[in-house]
Design a protein. Structure first.
Length: 251
């Protein structure tokens, strides 16, 4: 995976340093070895999502390469006098859905997403990752997940095991907790069915009113960001007709 970057956090209790910054509970690393999480603005908006991976006493951060520089700078600011060290590291990252190699870790977001392996460069196994993401409504960095815009609960992070509501405080926690305790989300990502096609970013409308935005497509299905209260009946996205399928499971 040439589109990933690795940041190593080492020193005195790196998992504890990250605990007060990220959306998930880093104590899970001791049992699971890998945790999916995000770092947010103080206003609760997404900045980056990543996998935290236990490697001995250190923690590796597996993040999309375009977000790595900004994440490294942000962590450096938060570090201050914390007794930890941050370093960019060249390390191959592989993934697949077939038999897992020795040392591979199950993708914590969804069983269908297979495994991830660190320190070994393996050939792609032919998995159609867009089809899997669309089928299970898994948003992707730089496509559905937009820094300073996306709210992680609207992006399904609770369903994708990317947020923990019992871990205590972290940056952006108050806004995220308030959204969680609402009766239901009014907006969010959902899987839709298409008749026709339209490019990523196409506006979705109903009766001339904005309903949302169309994102990744695979076959006649896609991920869309929707206002759930308006997403009833056939919708339009340019020349395509859109039918919302699983709004209830997207939050």
């Amino acid at each position: 995976m040439n589109d990933r970057a690795i940041i190593r956090v080492s020193g005195d209790n790196p998992a504890g340093f990250l605990q007060g910054l990220v959306s998930n509970d880093t104590r899970k690393l001791a049992k699971d070895g890998i945790v999916y999480a995000a770092i947010l603005t103080p206003q609760g908006k997404y900045l980056a999502d990543f996998f935290l991976v236990a490697q001995g006493a250190d923690v590796l951060i597996d993040v999309a390469a375009p977000l790595a520089d900004d994440l490294f700078k942000r962590l450096s600011l938060y570090k201050l006098r914390a007794p930890v060290m941050l370093a960019r590291e060249e390390m191959p990252v592989s993934r697949g859905t077939g038999p897992a190699p020795d040392g591979a870790l199950a993708d914590p977001r969804h069983p269908a997403l297979g495994w991830r392996a660190y320190g070994v460069a393996l050939p792609e196994d032919g998995t159609d990752w867009n089809a899997l993401r669309v089928a299970h409504c898994v948003p992707e960095t730089g496509i559905e997940l937009v820094p300073n815009e996306t709210f992680i609960l609207e992006a399904g992070f609770e369903r994708l095991h990317g947020v923990d509501f019992r871990k205590g405080c972290y940056v952006g926690q108050e806004v995220t907790a308030r959204m969680h305790h609402k009766t239901e989300l009014r907006k969010g990502f959902a899987t839709v069915r298409l008749e026709g096609s339209a490019p990523v970013g196409t506006a979705i409308e109903a009766g001339g009113k904005p309903v949302g935005t169309l994102f990744t497509q695979s076959g006649d299905h896609a991920i869309a960001y929707l206002r759930f209260d308006r997403a009833e009946g056939p919708l339009r996205a340019a020349d395509a007709t859109v039918f919302a399928l699983n709004m209830a499971s997207s939050g």
